[in-house]
Design a protein around this ligand. Structure first.
Ligand SMILES: Cc1cc2nc3c(=O)[nH]c(=O)nc-3n(C[C@H](O)[C@H](O)[C@H](O)COP(=O)(O)OP(=O)(O)OC[C@H]3O[C@@H](n4cnc5c(N)ncnc54)[C@H](O)[C@@H]3O)c2cc1C
Length: 411
């Protein structure tokens, strides 16, 4: 089956255990088709490519192979699906977007983050298109949209993590240019990116906060990427970016000075929600693997799935996962209906990340010793899902947001 002949997932799978993994599709017909086609692409052509090149979650593809995936995905119409419609995007609702992304991650494919360039492609620039000058559009945004170039998003620093406004990387104006010095930390996609959206301080008075955003070329003089560390999920797609007297023309500043944080965090509500389908998709893989293991593995003369202790773990996993998924979909519908959604998407991110990790933990437990052997899928999922409780705003920061919306500012 190829990506263009896949059946629509809108046909409900409501019988047997399969309904725990693929219920009736709840989005538009268009999104159902995209989800089916992109799933077939990942499970067919890209699975073969991964086998050929020995790619798995911990042995990532090099830049050339990634570019091949981006280009092919673009040919099939998936790569730019999150872009504004006038740039070739599909105009999906938030709900559709969530459902397509969930389907992508539920394949368990190591190429899941790359089919629409989540780390370094169109989602990084789509929202900036309306602030970009024609020159920025030509030089930075279009090459990324066309899968010729890759871009990362550089906000975090050693002293600016949860406190994102405390950036110390400094862009000092010098005539028509800015001269940039500083170091960014934990930047996804930077080891294979060509450009970055950089968030830097342009304050002239150190006592004040003025944060601006710039497009920067990572191959230009005075910039280097250091990527000598791996995350606990074994991936090395994260790096630091070091700026030493890196000079950029003021024409590379995005929007007005001082608007950097607003530009960077402008879509934080929807972006927080859009991380949830990855967690739910991966946790669904963990549940499926745990179910299969419980049916297959025999101890004391019978399948461990016959022991009530194992049955209850599986029942808890399925129940909690269904509840977290329902909150994710409900929040997507609320955002589509136009509510502000700041607290709601923080609630969804908090609930999905904490639930997905508990599901993965129990999946490891059900696998027993096999579950803690490095290289087993369930062991990888456990480590990967642990990370989401920190990434894109820790659980504590989500709670702060929810409480602030609930109580108002208590200071
Ligand atoms: C794999 C990976 C990829 C990443 N990708 C990117 C990227 O592409 N671009 C980017 O800019 N950043 C990226 N980050 C950075 C990420 O967003 C931050 O790690 C995250 O926001 C947490 O910041 P921190 O690590 O500095 O933790 P800290 O802010 O130091 O937090 C440490 C602990 O203190 C708690 N804490 C902090 N402040 C409060 C508070 N006010 N109330 C209660 N508790 C608090 C936190 O919840 C946490 O438990 C990435 C990180 C990782 C690990």
């Amino acid at each position: 089956m190829d990506a263009t002949t896949a059946p629509s997932p809108s046909a409900p799978a409501t019988t047997g255990s399969e309904r725990f993994f693929a219920g009736p599709f709840e989005g538009s017909e268009r999104a159902a088709q995209v989800a089916a086609q992109v799933t077939a692409f990942l499970e067919g052509e890209l699975a073969q490519l991964a086998r050929q090149h020995g790619i798995d979650h911990e042995h990532g593809a090099d830049r050339a192979l990634l570019q091949q995936v981006w280009k092919r995905s673009r040919e099939l119409g998936f790569y730019g699906m999150t872009l504004p419609e006038k740039m070739g995007g599909l105009g999906l609702s938030v709900l559709d977007h969530v459902l397509v992304k969930e389907a992508i991650y539920a394949t368990g494919s190591p190429f899941a983050p790359h089919v629409f360039g989540e780390l370094s492609g169109p989602p990084r620039v789509g929202a900036l298109a309306r602030f970009a000058t024609p020159l920025q559009m030509q030089r930075f945004i279009l090459p990324v949209a066309q899968a010729d170039k890759a871009i990362c998003f550089a906000l975090t620093e050693a002293e600016a993590g949860s406190d994102a406004g405390n950036v110390q990387t400094h862009a000092a104006q010098d005539g028509e240019d800015y001269v940039i010095n500083g170091r960014k930390r934990f930047i996804s996609g930077s080891p294979f990116a060509d450009f970055a959206v950089l968030v830097a301080s342009t304050a002239t008075d150190p006592a004040q906060r003025e944060v601006s955003a710039f497009f920067v070329d990572l191959h230009a003089p005075g910039v280097r990427v250091e990527s000598g560390y791996k995350t606990m999920a074994g991936q090395s797609s994260t790096g630091d970016i070091v700026f030493e007297n890196h000079r950029v023309p003021a024409t590379q500043r995005i929007g007005e000075p001082g608007r950097g944080l607003a530009l960077a965090l402008g879509r934080i509500t929807v972006n927080r929600l859009l991380h949830c389908p990855a967690m739910i998709g991966l946790a669904t893989v963990a549940l499926r693997d745990a179910r299969e293991h419980a049916l297959r593995r025999k101890q004391f003369g019978r399948a461990i799935g016959q022991f009530q202790a194992i049955q209850h773990m599986l029942a808890d996993m399925a129940t909690e996962l269904a509840a977290a998924r329902a909150l994710m979909l409900h929040t997507a519908r609320q955002l589509d209906a136009g509510i502000d959604g700041r607290a709601e998407s923080a609630m969804a991110k908090l609930c999905c990340s904490e639930t997905a990790f508990r599901v993965a933990d129990r999946a490891v437990q059900i696998h027993g010793g096999e579950g803690i052997v490095q290289g087993r899928r369930v062991e990888f999922l456990f480590r990967m899902l642990r990370m989401y409780r920190v990434l894109t705003g820790t659980s504590e920061i989500q709670k702060n947001t929810i409480a602030k919306e609930l109580l108002g500012d208590t200071r």
